[in-house]
Design a protein around this ligand. Structure first.
Ligand code: PBG
Length: 330
């Protein structure tokens, strides 16, 4: 270098030491922002690891309470419950069984860990024999998910979860009008305090693959393109979020997270609303798999991915790493 660099052109000055770097970090993760997904199944003493998601289990209610208690001790404040029912049918009848694994898990958690925020996923796909998120009509290639009949069922599912004590219900189905229907149903039951976290911009993603193993909810035929969003769209995401806020959503979610950081950022900027992002099963499984092969440093990849999601604008992050990340931050 012939000419000395101007003093203002030396950003490395502030990266020289751990102390300087720590002082000047713009984004900080904290365990309060993590939501820990858990899968509730039937039985007693069941703790069955999901093959495609190392470290993630299907838990019977007793084991789920044990896991959530330990997660709370590690600093996690919230869980998101999914159900694996004993029986499935075309209407997803078991989704509204007050004795199903999710309502029982909610009640048990509220009793055992009263300061844990309990969220429940509201969808039919885990409860239908065909694995679709709603009620079907038509034959063969003309089969479709009927919107309004599905929305009525979803509102009933939310009522059952709220009656069991859920703090937040989280509709993940992507039917039109479900947030308004759920809000009206909860209010009619006098559950005005129960909040709605809507999966507002949920994309039709290949990254849900491992989750469908965990929840046993792979569609028996077809796909979810008629209701989940096209990966190429971002203006549509803003319209979806606007609708859900208008219908009464308290928190809006973008899902998946890492391929959609631009969407998270735009949603946060456009609405200044509590915004969640879901680091989904495939995002988790990719890091796990690469780490198992020794191809990636798991702890650093975990922290970097969560930091990126938060930096993009997510206030809350739903992540299978919630417990590990909380421990890493302690
Ligand atoms: C249910 C639901 C899904 C996920 C959350 N809720 C699966 C899907 O839409 O197929 C995916 C979560 C994950 O991949 O971690 N509709």
């Amino acid at each position: 270098m012939t000419r000395p660099l101007p003093l203002t052109h030396r950003p490395r000055r502030l990266r020289r030491s751990p102390g300087l770097r720590a002082m000047l970090r713009e984004t900080r993760l904290s365990p309060e922002m993590f939501v820990y997904p858990l899968f509730a199944c039937e039985g007693d003493g069941v703790r069955r690891e999901v093959a495609s998601m190392p470290g993630v289990f299907q838990h019977s209610v007793d084991e789920l309470v044990r896991e959530a208690t330990a997660a709370r001790a590690d600093g996690v404040r919230a869980v998101l419950l999914f159900g694996i029912p004993a029986s499935k049918d075309a209407m997803g009848s078991s989704a509204t069984d007050p004795e199903g694994p999710v309502p029982r898990a909610v009640a048990a958690l509220k009793h055992a860990v009263p300061d844990l925020v309990v969220c429940t996923d509201v969808c039919l796909c885990e409860y239908t024999s065909h694995g679709h998120c709603g009620i079907l009509d038509g034959e063969g290639a003309a089969v479709e998910i009927v919107n309004d009949a599905t929305v009525e069922r979803l509102a009933d599912v939310a009522r059952v979860h709220a009656a069991a004590g859920a703090d937040i219900v989280a509709p993940s189905d992507m039917m039109d009008g479900r947030v308004a229907a759920i809000r009206a149903a909860l209010d009619a039951d006098g559950r005005t305090e129960v909040a709605i976290m809507s999966y507002a911009a949920k994309y039709c993603s290949a990254f849900y693959g491992p989750f469908r193993d965990a929840a046993e909810s792979t569609p028996a035929f077809g796909d979810r393109r008629s209701h989940q969003m096209d990966e190429a769209n971002v203006e549509e995401a803003l319209r979806e979020v606007a609708l859900d806020i208008d219908e009464g959503a308290d928190i809006v979610m973008v899902k998946p997270a890492m391929p959609y950081l631009d969407v998270i950022s735009k949603v946060k900027d456009a609405f200044a609303y509590p915004t969640a992002a879901y680091q989904v099963s495939g995002e988790y499984a990719m890091i796990k798999a690469a780490a198992e092969r020794g191809w990636i440093d798991e702890r650093r990849a975990m922290t970097e991915s969560l930091t990126g999601i938060h930096r993009a604008g997510a206030d809350l992050i739903v992540t299978y790493y919630a417990r590990e990340a909380a421990r890493a931050l302690a």
